[in-house]
Write a protein that binds this ligand. Structure first.
Ligand code: SF4
Ligand code: SF3
Length: 518
């Protein structure tokens, strides 16, 4: 196998051999490559400028299945391949013409680098588009670009031809994140700041993780009156801020932290676990019988809730396990007993005047966006230390699962606002962009002239598409870590460094010193 799409890739260069660092088997990796090659073929033969709803849905769900920590199951991957081939034949295509990803893996290193950036960006974007689709939203620009981008993977293109396509992926992902923002807020209301308890009450419970708010809503409806409580985990935490979700009294609080701690946190848990998206790790025997997957997530031997969305098996498992006999007072990584979320763009912009005045009066000297994906590397403590060391007259925006390293810290207030504002999931990077653009507007300057620094962590392919969006917007001086993507060739990396002044993170002290000197 060969896979180098995520940050924890083997030896910092690529996972090879019989399994990836994530636990993906050689068989699953090969099937994901075959699936992607079939999608490239399908995209190339698809005659429509705007793909049909059937084609778009299949593209999105299949691409989603190839993202890190989503689908480990050869059976479901093969089913996706069969579905793609069936549709391909209706367009007059032939599976014999499927693209081989080996052509990318063995291409000249700059071509391999750019085609990988494009493919991984497309995979990340597909996940966001799929969530929006679950809420009835679809966008022709996004769907057409996915076909165009996939088809480009098999074309013989130069570096000069691929670079604009990569930037276009960033542009289209902005549209995609805006669509998902509208889908989430249009369906569940504007997020409002909410304090979320980390205590698990006694009695049966279900922990829901992943990014899919629709699944959470359906589960909340089906658990009403059953005596089963529902807790969020990981990227589901921001659900507590949405009026139409927090109205359910049995949505109680949040359990655990970011995805890479799940094998420890879920050990012998007396509750059921529902994975709506990544990040799923191979379940340990002590809790494997209580793991349920839905949508694109799949793992051999665990029960999958299909598109009919009957969560009865999850509810029955929770009732059978019974939960804790007494309330369990869990804490965050730094000992906090609750966390605050819900500072989406509407909440932050509603206090824009307060923020602008605080900047003008010198009370807020700098803004930081410290966020992104989390992972298991020890170097990721950088982000906790960085946040702890930020000056008291700075305001920190955060989002995605990387925040669990510091979101239970009490960082006090600045200019009448909490110093740490959680904007939501990784896709809520859209909120951060909206806030940055509004601040630039208020101060009559460009985003790069604002006293704003982006200190980002990446892990999987959604982070790749967000990074491409930030680059498309011309945002400079991003600090990126904990390591740089293995799929960036030295030449492409130096291009990004020259054009966008991306810096790899060093130490919190050195980076803060550099940032604050400006
Ligand atoms: Fe390795 Fe990451 Fe690919 Fe898993 S997704 S096989 S860890 S590079
Ligand atoms: Fe986390 Fe997987 Fe990326 Fe949505 S849940 S940010 S890593």
């Amino acid at each position: 196998m060969f896979c180098f799409q995520c940050e924890q890739t083997g030896g910092g260069t690529g996972c090879t051999g019989c399994a990836g660092v994530c636990g993906k088997s050689e068989t699953a990796a090969a099937l994901q490559d075959i699936l992607t090659g079939a999608l490239v073929n399908l995209a190339a033969v698809c005659p429509d400028e705007t793909p049909s709803p059937t084609l778009s849905r299949l593209l999105l769900r299949s691409l989603f299945a190839t993202i890190t920590n989503v689908d480990f199951n050869p059976q479901t991957l093969q089913a996706h391949i069969d579905e793609v081939h069936a549709l391909l034949k209706t367009y007059g295509g032939s599976p014999a013409q499927d693209f081989s990803l080996q052509e990318i893996w063995h291409a000249q290193e700059d071509i391999r680098s750019l085609k990988s950036l494009l493919l991984f960006g497309i995979r990340g974007m597909s996940a966001y588009a799929y969530h929006a689709l679950m809420l009835g939203r679809s966008n022709a620009e996004v769907n057409s670009f996915l076909c165009k981008g996939l088809a480009a993977l098999q074309a013989s293109l130069s570096v000069e031809e691929l670079l604009p396509l990569v930037m276009e992926a960033g542009k289209v992902n902005l549209t995609c994140m805006a669509m998902l923002d509208e889908a989430n807020t249009g369906t569940y209301g504007k997020p409002e700041p909410a304090t979320v308890s980390l205590t698990i009450e006694k009695g049966p419970f279900i922990v829901v993780t992943g990014h899919d708010l629709k699944d959470l809503e359906l589960l909340l409806k089906q658990t009403e009156g059953t005596g089963v409580s529902v807790y969020t985990h990981g990227e589901m935490l921001p659900a507590h801020a949405y009026p139409e979700l927090k109205k359910y009294p049995h949505l109680k609080g949040n359990f655990g932290t970011a995805w890479q701690n799940q094998q420890k946190e879920f050990d012998a848990i007396p509750g059921a676990l529902l994975f709506t998206t990544n990040c799923l790790m191979p379940p340990r025997p002590s809790y494997a019988d209580r793991v349920f997957t839905t949508e694109a997530v799949s793992y051999q031997g665990t029960v999958h809730i299909d598109d009919r969305k009957d969560f009865t098996p999850v509810i029955q498992k929770a009732l059978a396990l019974g939960g804790y006999a007494e309330p369990q007072h869990f804490t965050g990584i730094n000992g906090g007993t609750s966390v605050v979320t819900g500072f989406g763009h509407d909440a932050v912009l509603s206090v824009a005047d307060t923020v602008i005045d605080a900047v003008k009066q010198g009370k807020i000297r700098r803004f930081f966006l410290v966020g992104g994906c989390d992972g298991a590397r020890p170097g990721r403590n950088y982000y906790t230390e960085f946040v702890k060391k930020t000056p008291a007259d700075s305001l920190i925006l955060t989002l995605a699962c990387g925040k669990f390293r510091f979101n239970d810290l009490d960082l006090g207030t600045v200019g009448g606002l909490p110093r740490l504002l959680d904007m939501g999931q990784c896709n809520d990077a859209y909120s951060a962009i909206k806030v940055a653009l509004a601040l630039a507007d208020a101060f009559h300057c460009g985003v790069n002239d604002l006293p704003l620094s982006l200190v980002l962590s990446w892990y999987e392919q959604k982070a790749v598409c967000i990074l491409l969006t930030l680059l498309y917007l011309g945002i400079q001086n991003i600090y990126l870590g904990p390591t740089l993507p293995a799929f960036l060739s030295p030449h492409i990396l130096s291009y990004l460094v020259e054009q966008y002044h991306i810096s790899p993170i060093s130490t919190p002290e050195a980076d803060l010193k550099k940032i604050l000197a400006h």
